[in-house]
Ligand binder design. Structure first.
Ligand SMILES: *Cc1c(COP(=O)(O)O)cnc(C)c1O
Length: 226
């Protein structure tokens, strides 16, 4: 078995183990394989192991890969920073966008979503650790922005995404994820119907699953070091 296939299998097992420890059904946690910087062949290999959802950060690189893999039934997720002049290509080529943190970007994605495609699935990126260098809306501004995003016609607000500050130790890792879970519950108590918490990367996904992650975004643990 190749490294990618055995890593994929080990990652699935670790996801199942974290779900069991949290008394959650493993089918509630989707694995998004983050293929940024890796070639189309690596994606093809993961697909041969049953993986269909892939995450990309850099638009030009992603478009080349999407084109090279048109023969496969893949679901592409955009997870990187979004410049407003890139929204049209993102709206045309992806099924999900996890990194929306401004109304203007969401409005453009909605307006530019082709009418023959289903609504673009969106996560609102929240900066729960309040790191200055990171993108994402502050938790206290998330409620108002989520209400605005939920009204746009050609996108579907599915939930929240976060990239917390790196932390060592499960208790420290779980704290920001628990805040995200509470924020999602708050939004749902105010009339939204959100079903997605996109949180957890190679170094912290078990902690994220224990706090309710429904999508974990994993690159290094599957494809290797970038
Ligand atoms: C690169 C990236 C990941 C994957 O990170 P790994 O540590 O390689 O698992 C997940 N989410 C986002 C937003 C990323 O940019």
């Amino acid at each position: 078995m190749t490294a990618i296939l055995s890593n994929l299998q080990a990652t699935r097992e670790a996801i199942a183990q974290a779900a069991r420890a949290a008394h959650r059904n493993v089918t509630e946690v989707r694995l998004l394989a983050v293929s940024k910087t890796f070639p189309a062949m690596a994606v093809r290999e993961a697909y041969s192991g049953g993986q269909t959802a892939f995450g990309e950060n850099y638009l030009q690189e992603a478009l080349a890969k999407i084109g090279a893999l048109r023969d496969l039934p893949l679901e592409w997720h955009f997870i990187g920073p979004i410049q407003s002049n890139k929204t049209r290509a993102i709206a045309e080529s992806f099924a999900w966008v996890h990194s929306v943190d401004r109304l203007k970007i969401a409005e453009r994605l909605s307006a530019q979503r082709p009418s023959n495609l289903p609504p673009l699935n969106i996560c609102l990126q929240v900066n729960v650790s309040e790191e200055e260098s990171k993108s994402g809306v502050a938790a206290e501004d998330a409620v108002q922005l989520a209400q605005q995003l939920a009204r746009l016609p050609h996108i579907k607000l599915r939930g929240l995404m976060t990239i917390p500050a790196p932390a060592v130790g499960e208790r420290e890792q779980r704290a920001p994820f628990a805040q995200m879970r509470a924020l999602l519950e708050r939004l749902n108590s105010q009339g939204l119907a959100l079903d997605t918490l996109s949180m957890g990367m190679s170094h912290d996904y078990p902690a994220a699953i224990k706090e309710g992650a429904t999508i974990v975004r994993i690159g290094t643990a599957i494809f290797g070091q970038r």
